[in-house]
Write a protein of this length. Structure first.
Length: 140
């Protein structure tokens, strides 16, 4: 490989890594919401869009009541613009454990394309189920 091509490949690799670092760094800044607070919003009838960022098969096995499936992807924002209303609060969740990295990344992507009131469920799916909060099962 020529020196010029090698330099180009190294430059592109560096840009890709820098972009990925920005996405993951920004997801740490996503606002969080606890399960108790989300359940309170649901009980009060507060309009909220709940996005399940787990794989569709997991979503079909069980999900937070009224959640919409929007599995994590490198660039999920384009799909989100088609299915997520921008005029009400959005809560993302997954089952990643501490930090909820997939749902935090989805939330970060949504914020980056202009969605305003976006939060990540701080304890995720497993804590929601353990608390006995409402879930649905089956295909949707």
């Amino acid at each position: 490989m020529s020196k010029g091509k090698r330099l180009t490949v190294m430059l592109l690799a560096g840009l890709i890594l820098a972009g990925a670092a920005c996405v993951y760094a920004s997801s740490d800044d996503v606002p969080r919401i606890g399960g108790k607070e989300l359940k309170g919003m649901m009980d009060a009838g507060t309009p909220v869009t709940i996005l399940d960022n787990r794989p569709k098969a997991d979503f079909n096995r069980g999900r937070i009541k009224d959640a919409v499936s929007l599995p994590w992807a490198i660039d999920v924002a384009a799909e989100a613009k088609k299915v997520v209303p921008a005029d009400k609060p959005i809560v993302t969740y997954c089952a990643c454990g501490a930090g909820e990295s997939d749902s935090a990344d989805v939330a970060s992507q949504l914020i980056a394309v202009g969605f305003k009131d976006v939060r990540t469920l701080s304890d995720g799916w497993d804590a929601w189920v353990a608390a006995g909060y409402p879930v649905e099962k089956g295909k949707k």
